[in-house]
Design a protein around this ligand. Structure first.
Ligand SMILES: C[S@@+](CC[C@H](N)C(=O)[O-])C[C@H]1O[C@@H](n2cnc3c(N)ncnc32)[C@H](O)[C@@H]1O
Length: 208
């Protein structure tokens, strides 16, 4: 499955105008506000070609991991950041999040528009277990998915839709909800998409 995913997304990033893809935004809110002040290493899951890593460096995050199943996407980010004074603080991880086994732990985990591609509840549970293991106690998981009235597909792939209660339930073990909000995203072609954002705080030190 992961190589099929990689092929799909590599083709997207190699062939599409990245300023016209439906998920493109110039505005990095509410990500930056919800992530808050730099507290330690941060990982952007399914970072794509988003300029979020650049903004996190600018805000003083000490280490930024950009993880994506598409090496094409990561190369866009690497090339863009080449001249950044803190480019050496970015770690690139090419791979499927479900297969990621990092050694270190993170103060913050960010995922915009990636979790909703996991339509199988078993994959969702596996993702939640990984986040529980990787996010430090007191750390934040900032997650944005399509909401209950959002699209049922994106980029030719089926998507799940979640409300905030649903997300809190999926991540109930090891996390507590700190905030939730709805966002209407306007795509470059002018369509609107409902997103649900949650901020979940890692609760305790129990062994994952
Ligand atoms: C809709 S785009 C969002 C990109 C970025 N988060 C943003 O907000 O611009 C989804 C991204 O998730 C990546 N992706 C999809 N499934 C993935 C998976 N299982 N593991 C890692 N990355 C994945 C894709 O390659 C793509 O970059």
């Amino acid at each position: 499955m992961s190589s099929t995913r990689a092929r799909h997304w590599d083709e997207v990033f190699a062939t599409r105008d990245l300023e016209r893809v439906s998920w493109h935004r110039d505005d990095l809110e509410p990500s930056l506000t919800l992530l808050g002040d730099p507290e330690g290493p941060v990982v952007d899951i399914g970072a794509g070609a988003s300029p979020l890593p650049d903004a996190l460096l600018d805000r003083g995050w000490p280490a930024v991991t950009a993880l994506d199943v598409s090496t094409e996407a990561l190369e866009v980010t690497r090339a863009r950041l080449a001249g950044h004074p803190h480019a050496d603080r970015v770690d690139y991880v090419a791979g499927d999040v479900l297969e990621w086994r990092p050694e270190g732990r993170y103060a913050a985990w960010h995922d915009r528009a990636v979790f909703h591609f996991l339509t199988d509840p078993a994959d969702q549970a596996q993702y939640a277990a990984l986040a529980r293991r990787v996010v430090l106690p007191g750390g934040l998981l900032v997650l944005a998915t399509f909401g209950p009235d959002g699209p049922t597909s994106c980029s030719g792939l089926p998507t799940a839709r979640h409300d905030a209660d649903d997300l809190a339930r999926i991540f109930a073990s090891g996390f507590e909800e700190a905030a939730a909000l709805e966002q209407v995203h306007t795509t470059p072609s002018g369509a609107t998409q409902q997103f649900v954002w949650v901020v979940l705080r890692r609760t305790s030190e129990e062994t994952p």
